[in-house]
Design a protein around this ligand. Sequence first.
Ligand code: GLA
Length: 712
Amino acid sequence: MTHPPVSFDPATGLGLLRTTHSLYALRVGQDGSPRHVYWGAPLTGSEVAALPEAQPPTGSSFDADAAPDELGIQTGARFGPAGLQVRFSDGVRGAQWRFDGHGVEDDGTLRIHLADRVYPLAAALCYRVRGDTDVIERWTEVTHTGTDAADDHQGGPGRGPLAVERCDSASWTLPHRADYRLSHLVGGWSSEFQLRRDRLPVAETVLTSRRGVTSHQANPWLALDDGTADEERGEVWSTALYWSGSWRITLSRDPVGRTTWSGGFGHEGVSWTLEPGQRLCTPVFAGLYSPSGFGAASRSWHRHIRSHVLPRPDEDRPVLYNSWEATAFDVSESGQRELATIAADLGAELFVLDDGWFGARRNDRAGLGDWTPSPDVFPRGLRPLADEVRRLGMRFGLWVEPEMVNADSDLYREHPEWVVHAPTRQATELRNQLMLNLGRPDAAEWVLRTLDGLVREYGVDYLKWDANRVVTEAGWSGHRDPDRLWIDHTRAVYAIMDRLRGDHPGLRVEACAGGGGRADLGVLARTDEIWTSDNTDPVDRLGIQHGFSQLFPAQAMSAWVTDSPNAITGRATPLRFRFHVAMAGALGLGGDLTALTDREKAETAALVAEYKEIRGLVQHGDQYRLTGEGGVRGVHYAARDGSEHVVIACCPMSRFGRPPVPLVLPGLRADARYEEPAGEMVHDGALLTTRGLDLGLPGGDYASRVIRLRRL
Ligand code: GLA
């Protein structure tokens, strides 16, 4: 019998969400509060019928125990982190719900409607299941249901403005387990996406960004398991927030062994005001259950992102050339033309002119905000370069940093009031720049018009949208609800991207914030790639890419081959090794092409051509992360129908002169045979999935190979 993906039974208060590999159950209790009941492997009908009542708070005065809330509130015997924190205009805090109905929509959305028993507050807890992925999307809508603040004394208490001090998208709960382990991503500039796996302490653990962008330091993705899962085995629960501004996720493991977490936009200490009639909708906080380890959880995310997040998932990402590392601010038209000519010869399909092309931007101290080609650098404007790039058979891309301004710029001289900072505070400059508050409609409109003008005038095919600073001394002078900037700025960025894409259907966008500082599913819903890190050292990239792949698919991972020694780390590595690491994502070239010898050019062109042969598998296949002993890192990409495969194996450092051990390929079928088209070798699937594939890597450091397999 097939069940609908979402259902709700008003008689029992039981809501059920079904995906292929999971079931999620909640129940609205007698007290009107929706509580968590179950999240895990699918259950039979009789098992569902036996799901427990969602227990309201009971017990002694000190150990009141209740089933966890679907969104914590601040009333009753609840002492954990509350996902919804409100203060009514009479000073009273916290909601007390009564159930106010439900809705099931055709697109697989379930809405649980709640109304406060006394105050003019309504909330909808929203759930969406798409049918073709295991992801459950959740969000919250809160509404001030009063009609007019002037009624304050007539219509009951708290009719005035409502302070929303926290409004999370969702709270999640794990089943009881003997132990809990948290996987999350940490880092910094040039060291983004470092995967950490730590035992979850019996305490509250906060993952957050207070920076106004997603941040390099933490990412709003996490996975939880009982401490025994690995890439291929074990139950994993994972969540990701669709938001590119400040955010906060609070995990709580309590002394009786229960683990819950609540997350949403904004960090602690900011609050938003809802006037009568106003509504606040949160971003989506999505979650998935995987019965088969971290690898399967990532593949589930990748599939969901391809089907429901990325705007153009089916397109191949072009091999791009970006001139930043070649020239930095030393940009000239002739220099860019020379680079473009070589890039086209090497096989690049897109040429991106990076920073330094506009205004007085000869270094990072001036010109940001003045988005007209610098007459010193491009006396004839950008048109001749853009035309030349297209004549060479490439698309034309441009770097912009539209949210930012140097104090030494015409824009700032004209509109000092547009920056985020409170006027009474000294504005901290980061990378010599200030940030515009795009929550202001006038500033946002100006940015949209400016970008639209550039795209139109130069036929820009690709924008690298950068953001090289974070929010400090936040203020919105004259605004009634100044903390709104923490939401409104991000929403404006989204709206501008959406509008540009809508008006220019051919335009593609790369998300960047000083490397990978803005990488999340909110920005990915309106971009095509994420610039993973300014650190292009291939050894460091192996770790960065491993972390990035936990959530994001390879097609969204912008990966360039740059010069050796690396500009940031000073490490010298062979060209082939740099290529093989970058070929695991959306390949780009980013070095000084004029310095390549003829031999290096030939090798580069051959490797670019090889990438184009495997690009379909890398960018659209299923990804298996492989770990071998002896420091080998491998990734295996499998065509969705299992017929074609590519394994990229990299061993940065040889150990004891021993060859790396074979790499086990769990993504293959044990009952099939596979041939290596290049070497004409035939392998048994049974051996490849147990004993592994001999890599045949040459000895020494920085050994790497790309191995293709075809199912016979
Ligand atoms: C940031 C980006 C780089 C480059 C520079 C230009 O750091 O991450 O790739 O575009 O800005 O200033």
